[in-house]
Ligand binder design. Structure first.
Ligand code: PEP
Length: 246
């Protein structure tokens, strides 16, 4: 039985005042896992605010190395020390802004695992790729290249995020979501056996209170990675509630 997960990515947004939003989020005793990934300077304060609550804290990226001369970067162990339980790796904005490759994303996921963090590995196609002849093959290639050989259901979550749906208000059709998540599930099972069957697959890209319940109907959608709608509890809580009810 896969535990549902609602993860929020604040990206380069957020102020100390906004942390109060976190303390109001809830999912009941056996409801979905909730993770919020604020910008790194807010991590420790976010961990303090959420101490004893249902909300866990995650990082938005980590370096593949444990330490060294990497100005501006953050080691997975540092995120762990700050109170994080997980870290997003390979978000399309990092792949685009920092030219991150699948191999680098895989190394980051391995570093996260060594540090005791869950790696939320992002994959997803551009609009051009979605319209092209081999969209699923491209996503499968990213999945294969970005996921460590040692991945287990405890260490790894996959987030399928079509780039063209992020922050645009556009969402794939349910057929596209189902087909893509089913393909990801089949590939995970082929590669990781039962662990692949237990690994959670999130959908990300313009998830809102109005569309969440429909998206969560898909069998292989185990939750969501949410950007804009995770910034306010009044938007994120209905998404958590829809996930709990799915
Ligand atoms: C994201 O950045 O991971 C994301 C899904 O953003 P949004 O929900 O704003 O589309």
């Amino acid at each position: 039985m896969r535990r549902k997960l609602a993860a929020g990515n604040w990206k380069m947004n957020g102020t100390p005042e906004m942390l109060a939003e976190l303390s109001t989020l809830s999912s009941g005793d056996s409801g979905p896992q909730i993770i919020i990934c604020p910008p790194a300077p807010l991590l420790t304060r976010a961990a303090d605010v959420t101490l004893g609550s249902r909300v866990e804290i995650g990082g938005q990226d980590c370096h593949a190395n444990a330490s060294g001369a990497h100005t501006g970067d953050i080691a997975a162990t540092m995120l762990k020390d700050a109170g994080a339980t997980s870290v997003i790796v390979g978000h399309s904005e990092r792949r685009a802004d920092h030219a991150e490759t699948d191999a680098q994303v895989r190394a980051k996921a391995e570093a996260a695992c060594r540090a005791g963090l869950t790696a939320i590995i992002c994959i997803g196609e551009s609009e051009e790729e979605r319209l092209g002849p081999d969209c699923l093959g491209i996503i499968a290639g990213q999945l294969d290249g970005s996921t460590p050989d040692t991945a287990t259901a405890d260490t790894t979550v996959i987030a399928y995020e079509p780039i063209w749906a992020i922050g645009t208000g556009r969402v794939p059709t349910m057929e596209q979501i189902i087909e893509t998540h089913d393909m990801i599930r089949a590939n995970l099972i082929t590669r990781f056996g039962d662990q692949g069957a237990q690994m959670r697959i999130l959908y990300g890209g313009s998830v809102k209170p109005a569309n969440a319940a429909d998206i969560f109907k898909a069998e292989n959608v185990d939750g969501a990675l949410v950007g804009g709608a995770s910034l306010k509890a009044s938007d994120f809580q209905p998404i958590i509630d829809a996930l709990a009810a799915s």
